[in-house]
Design a protein. Structure first.
Length: 403
């Protein structure tokens, strides 16, 4: 039976929230002198760095671009190995392959989906060749990997935190809570500002770091590899005239990419950033309501558990459902919910199961990742929702599951 409400309302699993202030911010840029990378990008980066407590913030065209830039900044190359949790989007692992490094997939906690120290240790213990140079921890759905524990166990490795889901989250460092993005153990943190994320720029990403060297490399990688600072010119004869820097001159020391963010996107991001705390609070409240209701549906349904040592900023509301025990399939459940006006999604297919990686590294046994994947279902979560929407989603889910 099709039970979409008479008013036609459909609840997707996620969507952006744009208001008049956002629209006005973008209009001001459209009516100004800069449409590409200009002063609004500078302002957005400065505000973002201040918000997360990092020395540098470098914007880019997408989260995927940001991960690629980070891999370049780490000088990863053939023979290097990067540890990546299998429960993530493709881009986390692909970034290592873009620069010819190899991926070592780690398992995750089947109840949280988050990689733990023991998962990394087990993955490294099973290696037969190569050298691990970096770990790309993934702060899944809005809660966080225990970076303090990882850094204590692997102080020699560099961390690139995939925080696409976790802008506004905090984690415990040295007994206190600090913002994700503050890079307390060095390295780089990468955020996504895709429309379904907590703040939106259309498409876009942001990297933060406290390293001047990493920041310089990231900025160079996003802009074709161009070097415009006279003190860095290698060809002094071409770069200077009578001892004065040539105003038009630039050099390329290594190839780069066009991964820049435009002022149009940055205007939206800067406006959205001012509303971040409100977005995070609303998402937390909605997820708490999900937790209250889902935990009452019986032993075969539960909310994704929260990793320890963090104050999450929820991007997703994930239910863990034993579909087989309830005599159904995930496809049947998702189809029935869609007919009732409720959109759902799966985050994520374990990357080690993807044909490219399975063929390259042979099939690995990562039971935690497989168990999490078998049960996870992302339910609607976005700031425009009300508690009554959560009640509706859970009531429909309960009916579809027959519980």
């Amino acid at each position: 039976m099709n039970k979409v409400p008479e008013n036609g309302s459909f609840l997707p699993y996620g969507r952006q929230q744009i208001d008049e202030a956002d629209e006005q911010a973008v209009l001001e840029v459209l009516r100004g002198d800069w449409l590409t990378t200009g002063p609004t990008v500078d302002a957005y980066e400065a505000a973002f760095a201040e918000r997360v407590g990092a020395k540098h913030a470098i914007s880019c065209s997408s989260g995927t671009a940001g991960l690629h830039m980070a891999a370049l900044a780490l000088d990863l190359d053939f023979g290097d190995i990067v540890v990546v949790p299998s429960v993530t989007f493709l881009a986390t692992a692909n970034a290592a392959r873009y620069v010819k490094a190899d991926v070592l997939f780690a398992d995750v906690d089947p109840k949280t989906g988050v990689m733990r120290v023991e998962d990394v240790k087990r993955a490294i213990a099973g290696m037969t060749k190569g050298t691990v140079k970096a770990i790309f921890p993934v702060h899944l759905t809005g809660h966080t990997v225990n970076i303090d524990e990882l850094a204590g166990e692997f102080p020699e490795l560099v961390f690139v935190e995939d925080a696409c889901h976790a802008i506004g989250a905090e984690y415990e460092i040295g007994g206190g809570m600090v913002p994700v993005g503050s890079c307390p153990h060095g390295g780089i943190t990468m955020f996504s500002t895709h429309p379904v994320k907590t703040i939106a720029t259309g498409e876009g990403g942001m990297l933060t770091t406290n390293s001047d060297r990493f920041a310089e490399s990231l900025r160079q990688a996003r802009n074709h590899g161009l070097v415009r600072e006279p003190d860095r010119f290698l060809n002094k004869r071409m770069g200077f005239e009578n001892g004065v820097p040539a105003p038009w001159y630039y050099e390329m020391h290594e190839p780069g990419y066009n991964y820049r963010l435009s002022d149009i996107n940055a205007a939206l991001g800067l406006s959205q950033l001012h509303k971040l705390d409100g977005f995070v609070a609303t998402r937390r409240a909605l997820r708490t309501r999900y937790q209250e209701l889902l935990d009452g549906l019986g032993p075969h349904v539960a909310m994704q558990r929260v990793a320890s040592g963090c104050n999450p900023a929820w991007h997703l509301a994930v239910a863990l459902i034993d579909f087989a025990a309830l005599g159904t399939t995930r496809t049947e459940v998702m189809t029935a919910l869609k007919e009732r006006g409720i959109g759902t999604q799966v985050h994520y297919i374990p990357v080690h199961r993807q044909p490219y990686y399975a063929n390259r590294y042979q099939t690995q046994s990562l039971p935690g990742a497989d168990a999490y994947y078998a049960r996870c279902l992302s339910l609607p979560l976005f700031p425009a929702m009300a508690e009554s929407d959560v009640d509706r989603v859970v009531a429909e889910l309960s009916e579809v599951l027959g519980i």
